[in-house]
Design a protein around this ligand. Structure first.
Ligand code: PLP
Length: 449
């Protein structure tokens, strides 16, 4: 790490003058100029180095600048930088085969996109054409992307300013034991009542109007909500009963985040469509896609699929997915996630939950954990209100600043911080990061009773 504040200032200046940033009021932000990154760390031009507990947007699963992945992209660039989706391309063919081989059940074909939103958008399109129905059911506590249909399917407040959006989306409640919408007191009750709620919704919306139920297998940004055992199997059963397509959005939960290739593997269930992006190649080149079941693929055997993208199955992106999948296997990255989760994250977060009055609950699996912060453990009043911003988000901003002062880059959303580092993070780094988090939580404790 060689500090170069002048260069950093120039980067920041051009950024503020010319870059228009996502989700932001442009005058109210000061993006940190990043000078470099390696493994689980990145650093700025001032010489501040951060252990990244966010994996950026929960996508850098293989860590930064993995030498083998960088080399694979360089080789692919030398060989073939671009070719239209209508050709057969070596990297694309291989990426599709490797993904299909790892996908559950009869999910055997891949439609490639450039990212997650295009994946959910096209999955909804496939479900509608396959069923000849138009409605899509999705949960309130969800994020599915920022394109027109995907942001309408999104349940969280990012949808609000984009409404009315795409017609035909109906939202419902998924399971969330800690703040049960069903007044359940056990996981079993939560599971049973959440499934009954979905059945009731389908009854009154009309099963013959519903194309798809779209769910994040494990809800990501909206809380790391791990479904109770039996929930996804129940969703499968309900969808089968009514000929509804089950779309699993694994843009965040897939490719190692839950210690599996696909998060559904954790419960041994098979959706009809799986959306992926992020961890498939850790964003070294933009890539996403939809893995398609045999019956849905069959729908488009003799009938054209009315969708496409200039960069669908981009050779560089696909080559990086091939290399990333190989590296995961060569380096035992799924095994690392399971082991470090069981031996470091789970026990250490249990201690943290015990110790800090501001910690209401810790939950998760793999390298996909949430710490839910509260003002009061009895009433479970959140440390900051739902969708808090500005001054109302003060206590969370103070907590995040305390993390950064420790050298930890946290993921913060509403009243939660998520422990979502690269899947290559070692036990030692994880322990070090959790120690930093532990100290930073003392700041949050000051706002709790
Ligand atoms: N679906 C889920 C579950 C996500 O977490 C995200 C992004 O955070 C998306 C879809 C959208 O992906 P992208 O930002 O690549 O369009």
């Amino acid at each position: 790490v060689h500090p170069d504040p002048e260069r950093g200032a120039a980067v920041a200046r051009d950024d503020r003058a010319h870059v228009f940033h996502s989700w932001s009021a442009q005058a109210l932000i000061a993006p940190v100029p990043v000078a470099g990154a390696s493994g689980s760390h990145f650093w700025d031009y001032e010489g501040n180095r951060y252990l990244d507990f966010s994996s950026q947007l929960v996508n850098v699963n293989i860590g930064y600048q993995h030498p083998k992945l960088v080399a694979a992209i360089q080789e692919a660039a030398a060989r073939q930088c671009t070719i239209a989706p209508s050709f057969a391309d070596e990297s694309r063919s291989e990426a599709a085969r490797l993904i299909a081989e790892r996908a559950p059940g009869d999910l055997d074909r891949v439609f490639f996109t450039n990212g997650g939103a295009e994946a959910t958008e096209n999955a909804m399109r496939m479900a509608r054409l396959h069923t000849g129905r138009h409605k899509v059911l999705a949960t309130y506590r969800s994020y599915h992307g920022a394109t027109a249909g995907s942001i309408t399917a999104t349940g969280d407040p990012r949808r609000w300013a984009n409404e009315p959006g795409m017609p035909g989306v109906v939202h419902f409640w998924g399971p969330y034991p800690y703040r049960s919408p069903f007044h359940a007191t056990t996981d079993e009750q939560e599971c049973e009542r959440a499934l009954q709620h979905l059945r009731d919704l389908i009854m009154v919306e009309g099963p013959s109007t519903i194309a798809a139920v779209m769910l994040e297998t494990v809800v990501g940004t909206n809380g790391i909500l791990v479904p109770p055992d039996g929930y996804l199997a129940g969703v499968r059963e309900i969808c089968d009963e009514h000929g509804i397509v089950w779309i699993a959005d694994e843009v965040m939960a897939g490719f190692g985040r839950c210690g599996e290739w696909f998060a559904v593997d954790h419960w041994g269930v098979t959706p009809d469509l799986i959306c992926f992006a992020k961890g498939v190649n850790s964003g070294y080149v933009p890539l996403g896609g939809v893995v398609i079941s045999a019956p849905i693929a069959q729908t488009f055997e003799q009938r054209a699929f009315p969708g496409g993208l200039t960069y669908s199955g981009h050779p560089l992106a696909c080559a990086s997915a091939v290399a990333s999948i190989r590296i995961f296997e060569e380096e035992g990255i799924l095994e690392n996630v399971r082991k470090v989760s069981d031996t470091v994250i789970a026990p250490r977060l249990a201690e943290i939950a015990e110790k800090h009055p501001s910690v209401g609950e810790v939950r998760g699996l793999g390298f996909f954990w949430a710490i839910e912060l509260v003002r009061d453990r009895e009433t479970r009043e959140p440390l900051v209100p739902f969708n808090a911003s500005g001054a109302a988000a003060g206590p969370m901003n103070d907590f995040a600043a305390a993390c950064r002062a420790e050298g930890l880059w946290p993921f913060v959303h509403f009243n939660r911080t998520h422990v979502v580092p690269p899947c290559t993070t070692t036990a030692e780094e994880m322990a070090e990061g959790l120690d930093m988090l532990d100290r930073a939580l003392e700041v949050a404790d000051r706002s709790a009773t």
